[in-house]
Design a protein around this ligand. Sequence first.
Ligand code: 13P
Length: 241
Amino acid sequence: MRKIVIAGNWKMFKTQAESQEFLQGFLPYLEETPQEREILLCPPFTNLNILSKSLHGSRVQLGAQNVHWEENGAYTGEISSPMLTEIGVRYVIVGHSERRQYFGETNLSVNLRLKAAQKHGLTPILCVGETKQQRDEGETESLIISQLNQGLVNVDQDNLVIAYEPIWAIGTGDTCEATEANRVIGLIRSQLSNPNVSIQYGGSVKPNNIDEIMAQPEIDGALVGGASLEPESFARIVNYN
Ligand code: 13P
């Protein structure tokens, strides 16, 4: 069974106080949310501990935005899997295009992070997706297949979520057509050995397009940036029709 996973990626937004304020507004809306939907918040590292305490007993799971492949060591600025699991983190985003673009992540480092996360019981969310130029040059399919082939070497597909995030649709308001996202996600699924991996769409997901996105048969959820920062808009997204 493919699980529906709706995740908010807060990127580098919100202090601890702001994240607490968000929860006060957001949690009451979850009374309407169908039980089978997995709801996830991925705040900055500095907010994980306090949110873990605040979310205790609620149905919202916590995710981190990255993880290192070693358990500890001289890796200034990095965070390891045991540091995340100790405070109740269950998921981790790996290979987000902003990590690849600005911080030199490669398919090889992404693969190391995925395996380390799984070894410690975290569920990684592997992000893949093409640039505008790659799309215009007809390279979308080959690029995504190589991100999957290299990223997923020795990765356990029983404990994995994938997010298709076309880079040109991130933060631009220029959403990928729902049918096109469905097509690419079908292609991603055809490359996997486990047909039950949940595959999300991400890129300008908003209250006004979530219903159409989730109506697509291949799409199992959403990875939401900007629209996850406001309680009302994220609530409308998790309570899609
Ligand atoms: P936006 O929803 O702001 O386009 O961001 C998408 C994203 O990058 C989620 O990881």
